[in-house]
Design a binder for this molecule. Structure first.
Ligand code: ZN
Length: 252
């Protein structure tokens, strides 16, 4: 997975790898159509790389010796929203990933979510919410979801996912702490499901349109509470009027 900066015909790639996390690599002449690196070094590609470490070890810049194209996620171009969510998930994963630290789980989740968007069967907003919550869990920020932190209530029509403290509060306990409820029954079920289910069943839940709106908002708030960087792709997503349900209803 790469982010690309353009030179004349060379590219500097930011590659998210399973083994070494986020790395930077120089791909000489890879912008030339005749280059054997051209296809494998594109954005939203998944490729196999043979890399040579740079001479200056402090720079941590690799050189791409060989690159073999395996697959790509360019099918997301069917809508701005799908594209926007894909770019957001990529930027988000890269912002979280550290240099020279394995990122196998993060990469797997990202690929799984990109694949879902390509399939076009799942609303990109659902994919985004699943990605946000699950990524936080993979990075060690799983919220405490068993029951209300204060009184132990397990279920209820309205709950608060406290995004700062990473815990649940029932409506009564939330009111005592001057916090507002952001989940209904369906959204609470979905949050628990997404955080706790095994990988291969990650998208196996159903949710009503009303609960889904709450899920989108809570998942994003929770993820952004743990993200200390500005994400340009999020600005783009918010700029899409179709993204904003209020805008859309105003248009009728
Ligand atoms: Zn309570």
């Amino acid at each position: 997975m790469q982010e690309i900066e353009y030179g004349e015909s060379d590219r500097i790639l930011k590659i998210l790898t399973a083994e070494r996390g986020l790395i930077t690599a120089f791909a000489k002449h890879s912008m030339r159509l005749t280059s054997h690196l051209f296809a494998a070094c594109g954005q939203l590609c998944y490729s196999e790389f043979v890399l040579r470490p740079g001479r200056n070890t402090e720079e941590k810049m690799y050189t791409v010796v060989e690159a073999g194209y395996e697959t790509d996620f360019r099918d997301i171009a069917y809508s701005f929203e799908a594209q926007g969510v894909a770019m957001y998930m990529m930027e988000f994963t890269m912002a979280l990933s550290l240099v020279e630290q394995p990122a196998e789980k993060e990469l797997k989740l990202l690929m799984n979510c990109l694949y879902k968007i390509c399939q076009k069967k799942t609303d990109p907003k659902i994919v985004k919410a699943v990605f946000e919550l699950r990524m936080m869990c993979e990075c060690g920020f799983m919220p405490q979801l068993l029951a209300c932190r204060s009184c132990g209530a397990y279920d209820g029509d309205r709950f608060c996912l406290d995004v700062e403290d990473g815990c649940l509060l029932c409506a009564d306990c939330a009111a005592k702490e001057n916090k507002s409820c952001n989940l209904d029954k369906g959204a609470l079920f979905a949050v628990r499901y997404i955080c706790l289910i095994e990988d291969k069943k990650l998208f196996g839940f159903r949710i009503s349109a009303g609960s889904a709106k709450l899920l989108y908002a809570a998942a994003e708030q929770y993820a952004l509470a743990h993200m200390d960087k500005q994400l340009n792709s999020l600005k783009f997503l918010r700029s899409l009027s179709a993204w904003d349900p209020d805008q859309q209803s105003k248009k009728g």
